[in-house]
Design a protein around this ligand. Structure first.
Ligand code: ADP
Ligand code: ZN
Length: 630
């Protein structure tokens, strides 16, 4: 604490609270209240912060929206020195820095977009001890020049955000993260905190080893996201049309649609705009300025739909995203949870809807096969793909399946996903499966799915004598073409059939020999999901009956004030060129509309109203409220 006295300007608002006799954790709680306007720590926040305040390194795995950023921001404010935050994406840094500055925290970012004069100014502030938090990219941080200057700077904490990026077992591997292991020897006295929203046991092990966190305490929160309402459906027919249907059934809400290719983001966005939805495409192929502009438009909008590749996401912390739709399935359960997790960050109900098919699975497996990595890595990644599809095409609670995947025990069904609500009925299809497998065998892997189904139904066009002479020809009259297609899909998911991509005209052949034989012997039964009655209509409906939990709860009486506050916020955000939620979240505005504070003190007691925001916006908010009192 020695140099605190010589830096009287440091952290303007919060310095005054750091009374000498407060314990570090009490000081942290004061900052939580006064700077960030939150009443209490949430979940594991207090434990993680206490560990860092004791000068120790730690690994924290908290679900998206769990409040990871405060775990390093607050120690950076309590401990003397500059807090470094390593973050993989500029968008993430920009957003966090903007939010911190709104809360009166001295924060800045150094990245390739910062010009020389700004850079010089940032270093000047660091040298004067005026800066509390500096956001940097991993490659930026590890430049010799940077390390050299930082070696002469007292540091409070080094936070490594999105730490799972260091693991090649994960889905987001970033080689530049590997360099961060050196921080252990370069800054042995500085506590390092690795945080992530997604890491199974193996990835956590990897993070520890790579980042040299061997002795560090590990905090793993529950992966439960009770606000997320999950569903998934097999692709049928025109998938783009289905996406438009799903989105237009959710008007006036913000959402993200993930698509598998750049072209597809463009065409889907266009289809959505054609249906009157304000949709934007986003992918890595866009010119940088345009990409930034679209991101900004999305963040600043009250209701907009972003159609994006996975290039969009990490660090996109728009709290009021009400749905995430995967037009194409994600890469693994980690990616699924992270991508779906971008909905409902404000804790209000939100939906995650995934469209998937056996062809997607085959494609994912093939891509892994072609990758230039060790066989061991390929095996792990292939397994992850299968686990994802087992969850998507499964028959029991999706949320529970995800949580078990992350190692949670004693998990209860969520009670609100499509599988919990519609409890998929399964029908025994072993005999039909035997017929389909024999057909694939007899046709010798030379035909596609359509031909397989036609053969079973005895409907092959211009059938040749040899085919009509096979014992399987026309043996499948008991099922419809759709049912045979579903069963074929199921057998592909189970690995009993496999598809050879054959340059876009896939051929169906028999899958794993021993498993196939077990089906023929009747030792392995095939249960097929029976789509519940009216599944089509149901999937498009709004998530909750009565809509009570559909959005932030604002009563009819409070609605006009709430809307007036939103209008004021939109103008204030526009004037400063920041997203509205960095000023106040919807939830805070709803609370203001309900409580109708008449004084600054009363306003300051509300959740999300810290001292800096009170100073900046208190008068304006009270004026808006004043128009509705009396
Ligand atoms: P993530 O873990 O996804 O990075 P953030 O740190 O962005 O989550 O926090 C998610 C949201 O929760 C933010 O809006 C933040 O203001 C809010 N939040 C964090 N901690 C608390 C708390 N202790 N009490 C109330 N809200 C909190
Ligand atoms: Zn469920």
């Amino acid at each position: 604490m020695a140099h605190r006295g010589v830096r009287p300007h440091k952290r303007g608002v919060s310095l005054s609270v750091a009374e000498p006799d407060l314990s570090p954790l009490d000081a942290a709680r004061e900052i939580l209240r006064r700077t960030f306007g939150h009443a209490e720590f949430r979940g594991l926040q207090a434990d993680v912060i206490a560990e860092v305040l004791a000068g120790k390194s730690a690994l924290a795995v908290l679900p998206t929206g769990g409040g990871k950023s405060l775990c390093y921001q607050i120690p950076a404010l309590v401990r003397p020195g500059l807090g470094l935050v390593v973050s993989p994406l500029i968008a993430l840094m920009t957003d966090q820095v903007a939010a911190l500055v709104q809360s009166g925290v001295a924060a800045a970012r150094l990245d390739s977009n910062i010009d020389l004069s700004e850079r010089t100014e940032i270093w000047r502030r660091i040298e004067r001890g005026e800066l509390d938090l500096l956001y940097v990219s991993p490659e930026g941080l590890m430049q010799p020049y940077m390390l050299d200057r930082l070696a002469r700077t007292p540091l409070s904490i080094i936070a490594i955000d999105e730490a799972h990026c260091v693991s090649q077992w994960g889905h987001d591997f970033r080689p530049e993260y590997r360099m961060l292991g050196r921080l252990a020897e370069l800054f042995p006295a500085v506590p390092r905190l690795a945080v992530t929203a997604t890491a199974d046991a193996k990835t956590r092990e990897d993070i520890r080893a790579e980042l040299r966190l061997e002795g560090a305490a590990e905090y793993v929160a529950s992966f439960a996201r009770p606000e997320l309402i999950l569903s998934a459906e097999r692709k049928r027919g025109n998938a783009a049309k289905r996406v438009v249907e799903l989105v237009t059934a959710r008007p006036g809400r913000s959402g993200v649609v993930y698509a598998g290719s750049r072209d597809k983001t463009e065409s889907l966005a266009e289809a959505l705009r054609g249906a009157g939805v304000p949709a934007l495409a986003y992918h890595a192929g866009l010119e940088k300025g345009l990409r930034a502009k679209r991101l900004e438009d999305f963040l600043e909008a009250d209701a907009a739909v972003m159609v994006a590749t996975i290039a969009f996401g990490m660090g996109v912390d728009k709290p009021d995203v009400r749905f995430v739709i995967h037009a194409d399935p994600p890469a693994a359960i980690e990616a699924y949870w992270q991508e779906v997790g971008r909905a409902g960050r404000d804790g209000e109900p939100a939906e995650g809807i995934t469209l998937y098919g056996a062809a997607d699975m085959a494609w994912a497996l093939r891509r892994i096969g072609e990758r230039d990595v060790d066989d061991g890595v390929k095996q792990v990644q292939g397994k992850k793909v299968r686990q994802l599809y087992a969850m998507l095409d499964g028959t029991t609670c999706r949320a529970a399946a995800v949580r078990r995947y992350f190692g949670e025990e004693g998990v209860e069904p969520c009670g609100q996903c499509d599988l919990c609500l519609g409890a998929v009925e399964t029908v025994d299809m072993t005999v039909a499966a035997q017929k389909a497998l024999s057909t694939a065998h007899r046709l010798g892997g030379r035909f596609g799915r359509g031909r397989l189904v036609d053969h079973l139904l005895g409907k092959t066009k211009d059938v040749s004598d040899w085919e009509a002479g096979l014992s399987t020809w026309g043996v499948g009259q008991e099922l419809s073409a759709t049912q045979w297609r579903d069963l074929t899909e199921q057998l592909l998911f189970e690995g009993l059939l496999k598809e050879d991509p054959n340059d876009g005209r896939p051929l169906v052949g028999l899958g794993e020999g021993e498993a196939v034989r077990a089906v023929f012997r009747g030792e392995r039964r095939i249960g097929m999901r029976k789509p519940p009655e009216g599944a089509e209509a149901r999937a498009g409906r709004s998530p909750r009956k009565g809509g009570a939990r559909e959005a932030i709860a604002v009563s009819e009486a409070d609605r006009p004030l709430f809307e007036a506050l939103r209008a004021w916020r939109a103008a204030a955000a526009k004037a400063q060129h920041v997203p509205p939620y960095v000023i106040f979240h919807d939830r805070t505005l709803a609370e203001i509309a309900q409580v109708r504070p008449a004084s600054r003190a009363a306003l300051g007691r509300l959740n999300g109203v810290g001292e800096a925001k009170l100073a900046h916006y208190g008068a304006a908010v009270l004026e808006v409220v004043g128009g509705f009192i009396g």
